[in-house]
Design a protein around this ligand. Sequence first.
Ligand SMILES: [Zn+2]
Length: 225
Amino acid sequence: MRRLESSIRLATQTWGTPIITMTRQKIHKLVLHPQDENFALPSWDGLIARLREVAFLGDQIGESLGERLGNPLEIEQPNRFLVGERFLQYITFMGCSPAVESTPPTDGSLDYCHIHFSKIYPEVRFRSASQNVFARCPQCRKSIGNWAQAVSLWSKDASAVNFNCDKCAEPVSLTQLGWRHTAGFARLFIDVNSIYPQEAIPTDPFLSLLETQTGTQWDYFFTDQ
Ligand SMILES: [Zn+2]
């Protein structure tokens, strides 16, 4: 699922011929997900209620934002929330004075710090950063070069989860690679928008809170798609 804002801009060359250039603004995200890729909740309701209670979440953004964007998908998926009053106690920013923009921009962009709960998918999904994805082989500990090809095969046939590492030739499972927070498999995701890789990480107490509430351990990765 891509959350790219596109804009088309008319540029005029010196001899007066208009050309169209397209710029795409990528939104960087911190994504939380259950470590067990097969884990699913019956619904987000219980977890959302708990996260509102502890003020990780603020007000629900919901349909008004989707209507403003003219995007029917947003209207069907209103699981967006402003950050809550205690958000910064659960997500640690690395800088000494983090500038967290948590107010929706007037242009309708989704590139501001807020929280989106994905659909709860019937099948396991793979998500990753668009570049610099690291996949460590659990056998030889080296960086695997053929992981993307393996993901591609797996996306066509979910039983094709095993493949052979291109470094040591040992059979490995896609879901057992060390992704170093650049990718993850899950059936549900919590996206925290407008966070760059390693700019902010969830605190251990917050990961414990998620685990207590859902009964499963959580992990996270950074992505721009
Ligand atoms: Zn290997």
